[in-house]
Design a protein around this ligand. Structure first.
Ligand code: 4AD
Ligand code: MG
Length: 463
């Protein structure tokens, strides 16, 4: 169908004075008995185009189905607008109604809705200004991520979603099975007989593509993944999802410093890309939700991230005199209140914390000489806390193998991973960026459920 997107009406001066054809969903209709004004949105931009219906040309009867939420096709003359805040409007010549939306049952009437209400209407919320803006920004960020890595010569590697290994070792995996749960096959000792399952072994949805990413990096040099990951942690927080998207670059011949440099350059690139390409949407969100949004985004771009060891970070927290909900001491896994204290109060800019105690980090991280810490790095952001987690990887076969044994990780699941250290092992590093945490930061939204179209959280898999 031939139509002009609304976004193009506003950025193509040559269209003024021409006949245009637009299609979209009605946001509002108002007016008097001589003229009616319809605000039309087609999702291409936060902006609505105003359509002017002269009631000498259109009857009440014709306009009656044009209510909030209905979908219409209008042709008319594009003219410069007198009204404040809009550069062009359309003088309607023809009207076709595609689909009506009963005002008594369509849930998104023009009054402002709470984000909680809209979560219950997640199937329709993309039609609101807020979610239109968030989803356009999300799309732009996804493109920026591919652009960044492709321009650097990284290869996009597709790692499996169904796996038999637990990368993070946290055991928070969703099992995948075709066994009949009401009639499970058993082995002689009474445990479930997974040899009878679809894959002939116990499988789950992946928590991370990193282990396969390392196979890619130690062949192609530098790869990135970008796909869904799954965690069955029962953490009902504004920063956790059971299904989230992660970007995991993995690079051969990178040490921890190279890794930090890349992580910093990468997030800054994404934020700058959004500021350059999503200005209208970001300005809208700033105005609606977060007056400091743009200055916070620019603030992150302006300065180098602080780089600090976990040990020094804990010292600052201990000496701060601040009363935290969770105790802080060397060895403690930092909570987001601790991370945010360092970033928002102490340094007032993003912090990369390194060299964490080995007992709170995954098995694959490079062990430091002190025998106590590993070459981990977490990037901590204002409002978010941890946005990136990564490390230099243990490249030494014996050290890695010993760690796997110490942690009782079943070797039969890990033989292929260990081959990267058995054959042509190289120093290498990587990290994972939680995509929704980046979208949270860039949009200024405060709940991760509001930056993914259909959130998956404990007790919620609607839509
Ligand atoms: O720190 P994490 O667990 O690290 C890994 O999975 C490594 N394999 C990454 C790597 O080195 N390749 O997760 C990485 C990031 C976190 O920093 C956070 O931003 C995000 O993923 N994340 C979550 N985002 C939303 N919901 C959850 N439940 C998340 N868990 C982690
Ligand atoms: Mg982490």
């Amino acid at each position: 169908m031939k139509r002009t997107k609304i976004v193009d009406l506003f950025r193509t001066p040559e269209l003024v004075g021409k006949e245009v054809s637009v299609m979209g969903w009605v946001r509002t209709r108002r007016g008097n008995k001589h003229v009616q004004f319809v605000a039309l949105n087609d999702g291409s931009t936060i902006k609505n185009v105003q359509i002017v219906f002269d009631l000498e040309k259109f009857s009440d009867e014709q306009l009656k189905p044009v209510t909030t939420g209905s979908s219409i096709h209008v042709t008319g003359l594009l003219v410069e607008s007198m009204g404040k805040g809009q550069s062009v409007e359309i003088q309607a010549q023809t009207l076709e109604v595609f689909g009506t939306a009963d005002p008594d049952t369509y849930p998104l009437q023009k009054k402002g809705h709470t984000l909680e209400f809209l979560r219950e209407k997640a199937h329709l919320r993309p039609r609101t200004n807020t979610f239109g803006a968030v989803l356009r920004i999300r799309s732009a960020l996804a493109f920026a991520i591919h652009k960044f890595f492709q321009e650097k010569g990284f290869f996009y590697l597709h790692t499996p979603l169904i796996t038999a290994s637990d990368c993070e070792g946290a055991g928070a995996m969703f099992q995948v099975t075709t066994l009949n749960l009401n009639d499970l096959p058993r082995t002689e000792d009474g445990s479930v007989d997974y040899s009878a399952d679809f894959f002939g072994k116990s499988t789950a949805l992946t928590v991370s593509g990193q282990l396969e990413g390392e196979l890619g990096a130690t062949a192609l040099g530098a790869i990135y993944t970008f796909g869904p990951t799954f965690r069955a942690e029962n953490s009902n927080t504004p920063r956790h999802l059971a299904e989230f998207w992660m970007i995991e670059p993995e690079m051969a011949f990178y040490d921890i410093t190279d890794n930090m440099d890349l992580a910093e350059e990468f997030v800054k690139y994404c934020i700058r890309y959004a500021l350059d390409h999503c200005r209208d949407d970001i300005e809208f969100l700033q105005q609606m939700y977060d007056p400091d949004l743009i200055s916070r985004l620019k603030g992150v771009l302006a300065e180098d991230f602080v780089r600090l060891s976990y040990t020094d970070g804990v010292k600052i927290l201990e000496e701060s005199g601040h009363k935290f909900e969770f105790p802080v001491y060397w060895g403690a896994d930092l909570q987001s209140e601790h991370e945010r204290y360092l970033v928002e109060h102490h340094f007032k800019r993003p912090v990369i914390l390194t060299d964490y105690p080995k007992d709170i980090k995954a098995f694959y991280m490079k062990q430091n000489e002190d025998g106590k810490t590993v070459r981990a790095m977490d990037v901590l952001f204002p409002k978010i806390g941890e946005i990136i987690g990564g490390s230099e990887r243990e490249a030494d076969f014996d050290k890695l193998n010993t760690r796997i044994e110490e942690l009782d990780i079943p070797m039969k699941d890990m033989w292929w991973y260990l081959d990267t250290r058995r054959f042509g092992s190289v120093p290498h590093s990587g990290f994972g960026l939680g995509f929704e945490r980046l979208v949270l930061f860039v949009t200024g939204m405060t709940n991760i459920r509001d930056v993914i179209p259909f959130p998956r959280t404990p007790n919620n898999a609607e839509f």
